[in-house]
Ligand binder design. Structure first.
Ligand code: ARG
Length: 459
């Protein structure tokens, strides 16, 4: 196919160079946005008398036909065109001739692609926010259903203090709520139209960028045409937000993987989200969680690729910027894949409360509570902490846990200790008495559930 710019060239583009240069095989997915942008552009040109009403009408109608032909499969996107913008324009011109050739007045592919990608990301970004909301709903449901389950809380992966399992889950809810905030924030900043920036310097035509922006659902227009076509900050911001979503999913996956090992056995994943081994008959592997953890690396890579593409390019548009799309598309696809399988996997996860509780009974996770008990009896915290440490050392030597020490044994360490020590170090008491705001106490957990529910409904 002859290139649009053939007039200036004596030779055609080398075939391999042409393939290398072409982006249609990946930017074809923006066909809808490209057509919407062109429709708004034609309408604006007509409103300003730059295009006749008749031409605009024909262009808009035919663009609509092209859109439905692509959607129905009647028009294949596997063509020779360099990119989706050239594809749509060529198809339009094929169908209506000169009117189609007039569409590209007061516009360039540089502002066109900048608009298309923003429109595309707006839609995908909103979709991912909805998927995060669904994930939050699953987290809240699991938290609600397992409000009484006690598990060991860890630091350094060493048993630290008893916590409610729901409290642990809700920590992830807070992370995903922040992810939604981050995405919303980036989407809002992105929602300005660069259309009308043209190649880089604006245009000699008396255009109306504002109306065009409004028609496309933007909050306003970009104010510097060079920036309008060169800016891909929004890709970086979204990729960074996606990378953070993946980081959270990966941490969560890592815990689920640990929890379903025989060493922990805190949860059992549903058969439908696990796989067997080709040789070891006993195996039940958490492949889905592992893949989510593994795919995190891709999205980090996409972010790094985008930052690296941008760091060395002078203003304004350079072809390097075509690389934005594969990075951001891959990140979107990956995040969506993960958010498709992770919530149902989590929803079907059985919580093995007894195992969690018996793990919580080991490891002296009530040693802090013993120290707090002594402090409440009037001892300075450091002294109490030391005595509690001595009690732990004694228990390790005797092969027992704190709850199994006799009152005599306790009194030998510290005469202030009384019968009420057993109540004070009971795991239920330990959790119940963590009454500080945001702590693991049941009140706080209830508040968190209500908070997250409210957020899901309102975002
Ligand atoms: N396919 C190009 C991209 O994705 C569109 C913009 C091309 N502009 C140009 N001056 N070559 O970046």
């Amino acid at each position: 196919m002859e290139k649009m710019w053939a007039g200036r060239f004596a030779k055609a583009l080398d075939k391999q160079a042409d393939d290398f240069n072409s982006s249609l095989h990946f930017d074809a997915r923006m066909y809808k946005q490209d057509i919407e942008g062109s429709m708004a552009h034609a309408a604006m040109l007509a409103s300003k008398g730059i295009l006749s009403a008749k031409d605009a009408e024909e262009i808009i109608k035919t663009l609509g036909d092209i859109l439905s032909d692509i959607q129905s499969g009647a028009l294949s996107l596997e063509a020779e065109a360099e990119d989706i913008h050239m594809f749509v324009e060529a198809e339009l011109t094929k169908r209506i001739g000169d009117a189609g050739r007039r569409l590209h007045t007061a516009r360039s592919r540089n502002d066109q692609v900048a608009v298309d990608i923003r429109l595309y990301l707006r839609e995908e970004g909103e979709g991912i926010i909805s998927m995060l909301q669904e994930l939050l709903a699953v987290i809240v449901k699991q938290a609600e259903e397992n409000q009484s389950a006690i598990m060991p809380g860890y630091t350094h992966l060493q048993r630290a203090q008893p916590i409610l399992f729901s409290h642990h889950l809700l920590a992830y809810a807070m992370m995903f709520l922040r992810d939604i905030d981050r995405l919303r924030d980036a989407l809002k900043r992105m929602n300005l139209s660069p259309l009308g920036s043209c190649a880089l310097a604006g245009t000699t035509y008396d255009t109306d960028r504002e109306s065009e922006a409004k028609a496309l659902g933007f909050d306003g227009i970009t104010l510097n045409s060079i920036d309008g076509v060169s800016d891909r900050d929004f890709c970086v911001e979204l990729l960074s937000a996606f990378a953070t979503v993946m980081m959270h999913l990966s941490r969560f996956s890592e815990e689920i993987i640990l929890w379903c090992s025989w060493e922990f056995k805190f949860v059992e994943l549903d058969d439908s989200y696990t796989t067997g081994s080709s040789i070891m008959p006993q195996k039940k592997n958490p492949d889905i969680a592992e893949l989510v953890r593994g795919k995190t690396g891709r999205v980090y890579g996409d972010l790094m690729a985008m930052l690296t593409v941008l760091k060395g390019i002078p203003l304004a548009y350079n072809k390097d910027m075509q690389e934005d799309k594969e990075a951001i598309f891959d990140a979107i696809d990956t995040v969506k894949q993960c958010l498709t399988v992770f919530p149902p996997m989590l929803a079907g996860m059985k919580v093995l409360k007894e195992n969690m509780f018996s793990a919580a009974q080991k490891g002296f996770i009530n040693a802090t509570d013993l120290a707090d008990y002594l402090t409440k009896k009037g001892l300075p915290f450091r002294t109490a902490y030391k005595i509690s440490g001595q009690a732990v050392a004694y228990c390790i030597k005797e092969g027992k846990v704190l709850d199994e020490m006799s009152l005599e044994e306790y009194r030998a360490l510290c005469p202030e200790i009384e019968e009420d020590v057993y109540e004070a170090i009971d795991l239920y008491t330990c959790v119940k008495t963590r009454i500080s705001a945001g702590g693991t106490g049941p009140e706080s957990v209830k508040n968190q559930i209500a908070f997250v529910k409210g957020k899901i409904e309102n975002v």
